[in-house]
Design a protein around this ligand. Structure first.
Ligand SMILES: CC(C)(COP(=O)(O)OP(=O)(O)OC[C@H]1O[C@@H](n2cnc3c(N)ncnc32)[C@H](O)[C@@H]1OP(=O)(O)O)[C@@H](O)C(=O)NCCC(=O)NCCS
Length: 172
């Protein structure tokens, strides 16, 4: 098993965060979307300016999964008003969890999800929620294995394409 450590991402690490955000998104979704939509998404959602604003938000936190001090994945959590929906005080949004393709299946995702759970428990949250593309079966399996259940659906816009996300929650 890999030796994986978790560390909070600071503003000084914005370049590393941008690189891994773009690479993991591309690896996960370039096969199932048009080149134009992916390019647009990578350029806007993961621009340095956008990531700077998200990293600076007092109610969001990013964490790297590190192997030999190199980021192999990351997690983004949103609390209170930083949540993209629901915005309840007793819920925490797991907005992103992404592992580099070469490291899938080596428990990096599990290590990050365990971190999210322990933060949620420390903050006395009653649940963690997330949105996942309805055709992202691998991620859905991963979440179900961890006790998440579907409770709603919402529309996620990728470039010119409207896609359906399943909303899932884990009661703590
Ligand atoms: C989904 C993702 C985060 C899982 O991380 P991972 O590091 O590959 O998964 P882990 O090795 O930590 O697996 C943890 C558990 O989930 C299970 N699991 C992981 N992927 C699975 C899959 N595709 N199907 C079934 N079970 C799966 C594992 O079997 C493991 O269970 P075990 O402890 O009984 O062996 C990772 O595959 C990923 O980054 N995918 C692409 C990006 C993505 O889709 N992110 C989610 C966007 S909403």
């Amino acid at each position: 098993m890999l030796n994986i450590t978790i560390s909070k991402v600071s503003l000084l690490q914005i370049d590393d965060l941008q690189k891994i955000s773009q690479q993991t998104f591309f690896e996960a979704f370039s096969d199932s979307n048009t080149e134009e939509d992916i390019k647009h998404y990578l350029e806007t959602s993961f621009s340095a300016q956008q990531l700077y604003s998200e990293l600076s938000h007092k109610n969001s936190e990013f964490f790297f999964a590190l192997h030999h001090n190199t980021p192999i994945g990351y997690l983004k959590l949103n609390y209170a008003d930083a949540q993209t929906e629901l915005k309840t005080e007793n819920g925490i949004e797991l907005e992103r969890i992404y592992i580099l393709k070469d490291y899938h299946g080596k428990k990096a995702g599990q290590t990050l999800l365990n971190k999210a759970k322990s933060i949620a428990i420390t903050k006395n949250a009653s649940f963690i929620w997330l949105g996942v593309w309805e055709h992202n079966h691998k991620a859905i399996q991963f979440y179900m294995k961890n006790g998440f259940i579907e409770f709603d659906k919402h529309i996620f816009r990728l470039g010119n394409d409207n896609q359906t996300d399943l909303m899932m929650k884990l009661l703590l």
